[in-house]
Design a protein around this ligand. Structure first.
Ligand code: SAM
Length: 312
């Protein structure tokens, strides 16, 4: 609803302004507009930006941010779209370069704080967990229909849950009695089957795993990085803020790969260069929030920002 008050503190804002955006940048592709906190700061500090292209899967966030950014309506282009559509959107708009891509992954505080979205194990609400609440697939659908193999894969690959097999079996036993509907249904299965000492960590891991599965977050990220680098020209930059090791590993490996020359094994040499590096890493190590930022916004503590610049 437009007119409501929502709050999300933009993470690593100072660092985004100092190290990712630059004076000459003409277009920003903000794949995760959220409430527009980064957007507002960027537009204020860089008046030479002529196109601010912004996507979000969450209609409520888009409506709020659109209002917040009213002052810049002539240069702002809003999309209720997945950021994986970057290539198509940028081509259709025929944007000027240099381009800067910003992805601030995951969910907003608004998501966590709204029990109706089902992201939080400490609040009672429907087991939804979709960033796009108009999309068809919910966490309850997965819990009620996935095979044992799929459940194990979700818990192990997206939650790094050591007792994935046992939990998957317990989920199946529970749904045979009564389908999953509410966050407390999943919470109860976890609490009954995790050691009291590990309960909180297990709750966090399992809720994270299903959130990643509902939104297909890791495959979407891999696909988006590929499309982003294809969209970028020499001098364009991409910055990604990730919040857990699974995301960060994908970003790190992709960025390292792009910043190395492509080599091939031949009869004469094990590593003969077949193509130069496409990009340069601007962050050898990820940028992390300062102590001060973490003390003001504890949710920022796991954030990692990596930046890449296209060179060919
Ligand atoms: C961490 S918040 C971004 C906060 C934002 N930078 C700000 O300053 O307010 C992440 C946002 O990305 C959105 N999101 C997550 N995955 C997405 C995707 N694949 N495509 C588009 N938006 C996505 C979420 O709905 C959420 O609003």
């Amino acid at each position: 609803m437009v007119g409501e008050t929502l709050f999300h503190e933009p993470v690593l804002k100072k660092e985004i302004l100092a190290f990712l955006i630059f004076e000459n940048a003409r277009t920003i592709f903000d794949g995760t507009l959220g409430l527009g906190g980064h957007a507002e700061a960027i537009l204020k500090q860089f008046p030479r930006i002529s196109h601010y292209v912004a996507c979000d899967l969450d209609q409520r966030h888009l409506a709020f941010a659109r209002k917040r950014l009213k002052k810049w309506h002539q240069k702002a282009f809003f999309y209720h779209a997945n950021f994986s559509e970057i290539k198509k959107i940028v081509q259709e708009l025929d944007i000027p370069h240099p381009l800067v891509i910003l992805l601030d992954l995951g969910l907003c505080s608004v998501h966590v704080d709204d029990p109706e979205r089902g992201f939080s194990f400490s609040e009672e609400g429907p087991l939804n967990m979709a960033f796009d609440s108009s999309s068809g697939r919910s966490c309850a659908d997965i819990l009620n229909t996935a095979s044992e193999r799929e459940l194990i894969q979700i818990l192990r690959d997206y939650g790094e849950e050591p007792r994935a097999l046992k939990l998957a079996q317990k989920i199946i036993a529970r749904r045979q009695e009564k389908p999953f509907e509410m966050t407390s249904d999943l919470r109860q299965v976890i609490e009954e089957n995790a050691h009291p000492r590990d309960q909180k960590k297990t709750l966090m891991r399992v809720f994270q795993a299903f959130r990643i599965a509902v939104n297909d977050e890791l495959d979407v990220l891999r696909h988006t990085l590929e499309k982003a680098i294809e969209t970028m020209r020499s001098g364009d930059r991409m910055g990604v803020i990730s919040y857990h090791s699974l995301e960060d590993r994908i970003v790190k490996q992709f960025f390292v790969l792009q910043s190395r020359p492509e080599t091939e094994e031949t009869e004469f040499s094990r590593h003969s260069v077949v193509a130069p590096a496409k990009a340069k890493l601007l962050t050898k190590k990820p940028i992390v929030p300062s102590e001060e930022e973490i003390s003001q916004n504890p949710r920022a503590r796991s954030a990692r920002l990596r930046i890449l610049e296209k060179i060919t």
